[in-house]
Design a binder for this molecule. Structure first.
Ligand SMILES: *Cc1c(COP(=O)(O)O)cnc(C)c1O
Length: 231
């Protein structure tokens, strides 16, 4: 339940060397996944498995900075286990757009070619790169505030009988809130909307904290939600 895929399951999914099967070439892991941090020892084991089975290993690190901050380690302590890494600058790191692909020269040259073929080339992208630089230099350490806010929100919401939250899964800036059977998600969403809070109604609601959600904003959400259930 820590978000990892059992190594035995990965082994079992590797196709045999047989002309009838596609060749299994890559192991791709996501960290964080569902807001949860993959343990460092797991990354080491997955890296060894990939090496021993002749696979490359890729990190979907859209939120790898959150994983690093949650463990109080450097991003490079995580990425060291991978051949290639992708990182989103536009989520918790607050850039208006942008992601990074990191890998060896051969991979990057191939990726640039694919980007061009898919129409993804950009000119005058320096102004966006500047925002990306700020994301990496100014926003990484700040993620701990988002994590504290998510933990605070989770602790407060779990006190309400209308909500169920696995607090052990709240490790970064994301929480999954299950509504009790008797709660009408549409009514809750409607009430929140009338107070300027938008939520997507569903039996499980994903809440994510970020730079533009302050502790005060969270207190407002808590106030509005409590008001709905006591009205
Ligand atoms: C957002 C996201 C992506 C895609 O990121 P882009 O910036 O659109 O390339 C990939 N993986 C995960 C886990 C994400 O959350």
């Amino acid at each position: 339940m820590d978000g990892s895929i059992a190594l035995a399951d990965i082994e079992a999914a590797i196709k045999p060397d047989d002309i009838h099967f596609a060749r299994t070439r890559l192991l791709s892991l996501e960290n964080t996944i569902g807001g949860k941090v993959l343990p460092q020892h797991y990354l080491a084991s997955a890296q060894a498995l990939a090496f021993n089975r002749g696979l490359k290993i890729h990190l979907d690190g859209a939120r790898v900075a959150n994983a690093a901050i949650a463990q109080n380690i450097a991003i490079s302590d995580i990425t060291a286990h991978f051949d290639s890494v992708s990182i989103c600058l536009s989520k918790g790191l607050c850039a208006p757009v942008g992601s990074l692909l990191l890998g060896d020269e051969r991979l990057i040259n191939k990726a640039i070619r694919w980007r061009k073929m898919l129409g993804g080339g950009m000119r005058q992208a320096g102004i966006l790169a500047a925002a990306g630089t700020l994301a990496l230099t100014e926003q990484v350490q700040r993620l701990s505030e988002d994590h504290d806010n998510a933990a605070y929100l989770a602790r407060q919401l779990v006190e309400l009988s209308e909500f169920d939250i696995d607090l052990t899964a709240v490790q970064t800036n994301m929480l999954f809130v299950k509504l009790a059977a008797h709660v009408d998600a549409d009514l809750l969403a409607k009430h929140c909307r009338s107070e300027g809070i938008l939520i997507s109604p569903g039996r499980t609601i994903r809440l994510v904290t970020h730079k533009d959600v302050s502790r005060q904003d969270i207190d407002k959400v808590l106030r509005v939600v409590k008001q709905h259930f006591t009205a």
